[in-house]
Design a protein around this ligand. Structure first.
Ligand SMILES: CC(C)(COP(=O)(O)OP(=O)(O)OC[C@H]1O[C@@H](n2cnc3c(N)ncnc32)[C@H](O)[C@@H]1OP(=O)(O)O)[C@@H](O)C(=O)NCCC(=O)NCCS
Length: 140
């Protein structure tokens, strides 16, 4: 298994993986142009894992200068349960820490049981009971 930063040329394969993975919502921001802008804004932070040259897992990681954010942590079904998510997570957090980011959040859908049980089992992560998330599309 090798881990490397995601590049723009990985976009098509990532979209296929995201679309077939339960618990992952593909959003307009996952289209090529915003995906490209996201990678440019957060260079070297989003990672994928390959097994025998094939895409097996990925995580999008970025920060706003204060907090880190993870999205689309996905391990393709045949490769689940082999430590790939853990390896990607550790490497993404290491890279965020290198940039001075010492706290990172992930938003998890309430109706994604596999994702919830994964994050609940993660050492060092806690579910925030005291926070509700409010979102807006602002003036867009
Ligand atoms: C959740 C997911 C990323 C886990 O990937 P994975 O490669 O199978 O996880 P790992 O093998 O790295 O497991 C790391 C640790 O988490 C535990 N774990 C993995 N999946 C778990 C689950 N669903 N519930 C509880 N614990 C889980 C493992 O037992 C392991 O713990 P250990 O180190 O104590 O043995 C993968 O199942 C997936 O892609 N699911 C669908 C997409 C999804 O829900 N992504 C999260 C979006 S926020």
């Amino acid at each position: 298994m090798t881990i490397r930063p995601i590049t723009l040329s990985d976009h098509a394969a990532l979209l296929v993986l995201w679309r077939r993975t339960p618990g992952i919502c593909v959003r307009p921001e996952d289209a090529l142009q915003p995906f490209s802008a996201y990678l440019a804004r957060n260079p070297g932070l989003s990672l994928l894992a390959e097994v025998d040259g094939q895409l097996a897992a990925c995580v999008l990681a970025g920060h706003d200068g204060r907090r880190g954010y993870l999205q689309h942590l996905v391990v393709d079904l045949p490769w689940q349960g082999r430590g790939l998510a853990q390896a990607l997570l550790d490497e993404a957090l290491r890279r965020l820490a290198e940039q001075g980011i010492c706290k990172t959040h992930v938003f998890v859908l309430r109706d994604a049981p596999q994702a919830l049980s994964f994050w609940l089992a993660q050492e060092g992560w806690s579910m925030r009971e005291e926070i509700e998330v409010f979102s807006t599309r602002g003036m867009a």
